[in-house]
Design a protein around this ligand. Structure first.
Ligand SMILES: [Zn+2]
Length: 163
């Protein structure tokens, strides 16, 4: 069975994958970063990663065992938190961003994993992007909002959307 997860973490080797891009740990011990928003118990930090111009800290809840990726900007302002899927994956053949590099417009958009789009864009923004790419009617405001996030999407996933 072949199943692809787009936010994966290998807790043993401290390897982080975002949309199949591998981010090695910069260091393993960065102190504690707070409490689990789900159960209120302490988070234990596992590793620190540089993700484009952002920083990422991976933490695990000491109680409910959720694996979390917290994204910060270069001034350490908190941006967002994402759930990670635990994996024992180690580097092999890389697919993803490099494979999409020759694509543009609708072909590119269609090839981006839905999970990756959903971490940055709202469902209505995604809908507007697809409609625009296909030459169909779309809500201008949603496409406008989506376009403001293209740079952020590129920073995190290494893919620049051109719609
Ligand atoms: Zn928890």
């Amino acid at each position: 069975m072949h199943s692809v997860q787009y936010l994966e973490y290998n807790p043993e080797k401290h390897l982080l994958w975002i949309a199949d891009e591998l981010y090695y740990p910069e260091k393993h011990d960065v102190g504690d970063i707070g409490y689990c928003i789900q159960c209120g118990n302490e988070l234990r930090t596992l590793s620190f990663h540089i993700i484009g111009s952002h920083y990422g800290i991976v933490a695990k809840c000491t109680s409910c065992n959720r694996l979390l990726l917290s994204i910060y900007d270069s001034d350490w302002n908190w941006c967002k938190e994402m759930e990670l899927v635990s994996t024992n994956r180690v580097p092999s053949i890389r697919i993803g961003a490099s494979e999409l590099s020759g694509l543009s417009g609708y072909n590119l958009l269609e090839s981006i994993p839905e999970n990756a789009l959903k971490t940055i864009f709202s469902p209505r923004e995604i809908e507007a992007m697809f409609s625009k790419a296909k030459g169909e009617k779309y809500v201008r405001q949603y496409l406008y909002n989506a376009r403001k996030k293209y740079a952020r999407f590129a920073e995190i996933f290494g893919i620049f959307i051109d719609i």
